[in-house]
Design a protein around this ligand. Sequence first.
Ligand code: PGD
Length: 782
Amino acid sequence: MSSRPILHSSHWGAFTATGSAEGLRVDPHPDDPAPSPLLGNVAAALHAPTRVLRPHVRRGWWEDGPGPDPRRGDDEYLPVGWDEVLDRLAAEYRRVLAVGGNEAVYGGSYGWASAGRFHHAQSQLHRFLNCLGGATRSTGTYSHATGEALLPHVVGSIEPLLWPTAWASVERHTDLVIAVGGLPAKNSEVASGGITRHEVPGRLRAARARGAEFVLVSPQRDDLAAELDAEWLALRPGTDTALLLALGHVLVAEDRHDETFLRDCTTGAEEFCASLRERTPEWAEPITGIPAQTIRTLARRAAAGRTMITVSWSIGRTRHGEQPLWAAIALAALLGQIGLPGGGFGHGYASTGGVGRRSSSMPLPTFPQFADPLRRRIPVARIADALLHPGEEYAFDGERRRYPHLRLVHWAGGNPFHHHQDLRRLRRAFAAAETVVVHEPYWTSTARHADVVLATTTSLEREDLGAARYDDRLLAMGRVSPPLGKARDDYAALADLAGRLGVGERFTEGRDAAEWVEHLYEEWRAGPARRAGVEAPPYARFRDGGEVALPDGTTEHVLLAAFRRDPSAAPLRTPSGRIELVSARVAGFGYADCPGLPTWFAPAEAPDAEHDLVLLANNPATRLHSQLDHGATSQRSKVQGREPVRMHPRDAERRGLRAGQVVVLESRQGSCLAGLVLSDALREGVLQMSTGAWFDPVAGAAAGVDCGHGNVNVLTADVGTSALAQGCTGQHVAVRVRAHTGPVPPVTVFAAPGAVGAEGVSSPAWVPLRTIRSTEGESHYS
Ligand code: PGD
């Protein structure tokens, strides 16, 4: 490790890392006004018991050959050399391509991986697969699939999702922010690709100081900072659409809507307004739990000033998750402020730190992936369906498609055994594959379901370029430590595999990783940077802690502001050229679960006699998704080593439960342990548990549940949002809760297979995943 501070970057902020006898010291970037507590996890990134330090193979696959195998997730692993594993993998690639063609390889490889323009894991894998003639890939995201599918039909582009009106404009112009799903500070701390200055809390404070008012629409009070003095509308989970339609009803009934905007800039206004007739505040009150008078007053306030209605991405991760977004756009259209500074709608403010920042169109250094000759895609959250139902037909965004027969699954930079729903079902789906290859720095739950685990360096062991389109600088990401053990960069592993498959020269173009990083930088310096007048030193000077300032972007919503100014000169790319409050195209798809205008559906995950609580499974405050769950910040939040679940004190009292206790959560899909935390920041009847605790079926088996650690996705359902987006619906799940009785098993998932608390595996022998030796005692991390 370097004993001098090395500049580096992550999805949760830029920092310097300094090696010392005590370990890695991590300091936030000096320009960051609000560094993320997630930096506290970084010190555990390098030397952790859970590091994969050599390639490993699964016994069933190595000895019996490829094929469907229910032992995945419950088998033994053998450390092997790079040459032997890559030889065997190349042979398996040849077999699969011969038997099933390129579509038999699944290389969607969804996931956040690490910051860095060159070593981005998916880009690496996609380039490799494109060199081979392509593979089945995924379309859309777990984050905001509903917006990606819906917005093109309604406003002609997904731009409002990525580049809404900038925060700077909200700060200056907005009188009222109606935050559906909140503006949670924890999510604004992360931004894909890296973020140097965390600005969202400061922007919100400044807006409030100017006099802006905030209304929080969420079952959780802490979805918005307390300092913003928001009015909290603690509605029932999954009822946002009812609230939004009732607000629209009041505007129309009281003639507070903007007829001119509706006439000039929308289509379907008459039909939409007619559909609101029955959607009175009195209708919405028993559904949402929000008093009718509160709804009426809010609609009047919204019409009285400049109003921004924002819907968080998380709201879309529910059944019929398209509807609240469409209803919010329709409400903003009724108010007539779309395209005005600080007004209209936003989708995803604070869902990451990047949304609402600058949007520079200047290209960044980019590792070319080549074109995908196959162009075969499945909706990203339908991976288990695809593996379980090869050849079956499904509906997606107006098309009938068929799942390919996937035989080889290749993943780099993602953790589906964290991010997908209904993990029991995902286990069955992975059992159906013939070969599963995973590149990972850590023994994540996904690595533990793979046949081939390729030991990968962390970003701290690599040099790279840190930059993102919404950030204000390009950073040199220095190497903090040489690669540990036999870990290799994704690039090096794929280059050697490509060489064995006859496409090595095409994949590498004759460069090693260091040469690529320099090449990408110099190419960018001589091209886009020079053209934009950006001062950038030569790489030799830049690579040691260099930072290049990038030009600023625009603050207004470019597309919608131009459209509003002159709808006929700058029409939207919708069939009508306008905002579609009613979409003939969507109606024409004939989907019962997504008709042609914003529609109310009762929540799919509502309490019933068996499951009397609704659990919110949202993104964590103590780690990025599942990354570095073994790190200090994440571990500090655990309760008896389990992922915390929050519950209202009165709900706990009614059930005789107390804070700090280990509880069992059960849904229709599965069960897990969790550690109870009491909080009055939740609506009664609602629980909250973050995603990202590593799935631990071993500790679960010892406790008679599916996961002994608290991975919330054993509880959630694997159903698409609707036939339109087929997005993930992991945000809500109906559950019941009871006290756990009997010994609490140790969490085993943070130790390498066969090594409870030991520093990895040293002997080249088969080692089991089952590391629990007794149900007593504490695990290394409890
Ligand atoms: P991460 O934990 O970031 O989760 O799911 P995602 O799969 O992105 O996984 C990234 C993995 O990449 C980690 O295991 C990390 O160790 C590995 N990695 C990091 N750097 C490298 C590298 O350089 N090379 C390689 N090979 N690997 C690397 C996130 C997904 O979860 C998202 S985006 C959302 S928004 C969803 N949200 C929800 C939700 O709200 N509710 C539920 N129930 N479920 C969700 N899942 C989704």
